[in-house]
Design a protein around this ligand. Structure first.
Ligand SMILES: NC(=O)c1ccc[n+]([C@@H]2O[C@H](COP(=O)([O-])OP(=O)(O)OC[C@H]3O[C@@H](n4cnc5c(N)ncnc54)[C@H](OP(=O)(O)O)[C@@H]3O)[C@@H](O)[C@H]2O)c1
Length: 233
């Protein structure tokens, strides 16, 4: 169990979307200091947050952020991108981009901050996955979130004896810039932030933030036909 009250937390992609809502909710729960990263830190407008520049795919940028935030005890790997590339028709560079941002990015950040959290007496890492970790949507985005889920499951075992707990957050559509062109029911980012932080405080290994995500997970053992209606005919 990890207390948020008084903790020093770093939220990647904390300037907008789910990340900004996490920053707001962290303040509401009495976090001692909250670093909010953005590629352009001037876009971080929350008055209580400490803005920090971070491009998660750039090792030098990650190292510089870790250098500046030596007091972190909770890391939230929230930053992510959805390129919606096509496996068969997009340039390979675009196919690789989701993996660079959503899989290698959080790994670079975690590798940089694990020694920091350890030096500060242990703490917590939360990785933002997706319902699409368990449901392929035809794009490398879902592959990147499946890979991140697996990464989280391995890191949880490696970090537990080092005093760092690990939570994976899964959620379906959320009402942010990422889904602005999608016409479908979407969760409120505030509900997602509340569920994520409840999970950290409870020491949950996994947080399923909405009914759609819970349904998708419940179908996994039933075989591909249960999740992909196209396979039934
Ligand atoms: N929205 C959904 O439906 C949904 C569903 C499931 C999971 N998620 C996941 O939730 C997380 C947050 O998404 P969101 O919905 O809040 O999306 P969003 O509003 O588009 O925000 C994306 C955030 O990620 C940051 N980011 C993107 N690429 C980055 C990079 N290369 N380096 C550093 N920061 C980068 C952005 O920072 P800048 O401000 O610098 O651009 C921004 O803060 C993502 O991991 C996403 O995959 C979203």
């Amino acid at each position: 169990m990890t207390a948020i009250k008084g903790a020093t937390v770093l939220v990647t992609g904390g300037g907008r979307g789910i990340g900004r809502t996490l920053v707001e909710e962290l303040h509401r729960r009495g976090a001692g200091k909250v670093y909010a990263t953005a590629r352009d830190p001037r876009t971080v407008t929350h008055p209580g947050a400490v803005p920090l520049a971070l491009e998660v795919t750039d090792p030098a940028s990650v190292a510089a952020a870790a250098e500046q935030a030596q007091d972190v005890t909770i890391l939230i790997n929230n930053a992510g991108a959805s390129v919606r590339a096509s496996y068969l028709d997009s340039p390979m560079q675009e196919v690789r981009r989701d993996l660079e941002t959503n899989f290698y990015g959080p790994l670079l950040v975690t590798r940089a901050f694990v020694p920091v959290i350890e030096r500060n007496g242990g703490g917590h890492v939360l990785n933002v996955h997706s319902a699409l970790s368990w449901l392929a949507d035809g794009t490398p985005y879902s592959a990147s979130k499946a890979a991140l889920w697996s990464q989280t499951n391995s890191l949880r075992l490696e970090l537990r004896p080092r005093g760092i707990a690990v939570t994976g957050l899964h959620v379906a559509y959320v009402d942010t810039d990422m889904t602005s062109d999608i016409d479908a029911p979407k969760a409120d980012p505030r509900d997602v932030a509340v569920a994520a932080l409840d999970g950290i405080e409870a020491g949950a290994h996994e947080v399923l933030a909405d009914d759609t995500t819970r349904w998708i997970k419940s179908q996994l053992s039933a075989g591909p036909e249960a999740l992909y209606a196209q396979l039934k005919s």
